[in-house]
Ligand binder design. Sequence first.
Ligand SMILES: [Zn+2]
Length: 297
Amino acid sequence: MTEIKLRHSMQITEHIHALKVPFQITDRAGLEVPRFVYVYLIYGKKTCLIDSGVVSSEKIIFDYLSSTGRRPEEISLLVLTHSHPDHIGSAKAIKKVSGCEISSHGAEKAWIEDVDLQSRERPVPGFHSLVGGSVKVDRVLEEGDLLELGDGLRLKVIHTPGHSKGSISMWLSEEGVLFSGDAIPLAGEMPIYDDPLASVKSIKKLKAIEGIEVLLAAWDQPREGDQAYKIMDESLRYLQRIHETVIKIAGEQPSLDSMELCKRVLKDVGLPESIANPMIARSFQANLKALDHTDLL
Ligand SMILES: [Zn+2]
């Protein structure tokens, strides 16, 4: 564990540290697939954590804090970009040790406060092996809210729905850092969203922010300067390409069930059919609900 921590954790700016948390998911064939998710620490006068990773990630987070002269008990704010398992998994353990304030958008509250409800309504394979339990959302965040971290640092909340209804991003203008959670689907990666049209609008909203020096997403390495804007452009093109492909294939073969459609679309956009899963199938069904927009962009 220590080795992983040292290899994957790094200071990004004067106040921000990125921690890459490894975990495993089980695919449809029962095979374990390695994945990772990034969480971020902001060291202001207060210690703020953005997302908590899967269950047991607190070990990596606490070790990192200790190795950099801060204590786990000092975490005073945990901001959850949304409610999915790899973001809320260790929130309960972190709350227990630090008593931190937990905040999220209101549209994510129900699934954070009742993980069994989330598991029933969005059954991710292996859900309960990824999540440590439900936690109370102490503060509901909305577009434009400002979180004061001391030392002149202020996090601005940007509502970026699409991946989920209450997905939020955060802008730390003092350091030109944008935290995007899962709001920007990475071209070539698993496309997971509830509403592709909302995703496009959200990405455009983020792209319009001037002066982004570092983009910090949950599924991607830190991207600096022009690279940050390029990632967003690629994401927009990727979403449009998927949308066109879903509409074309569903039009040609209306009898395909959602999992068959999922495999056909993945193949057509150059991804392995073997990654087909209910989450991706769900995304493509969302494309079919936006049929009246052939051009999402
Ligand atoms: Zn997510």
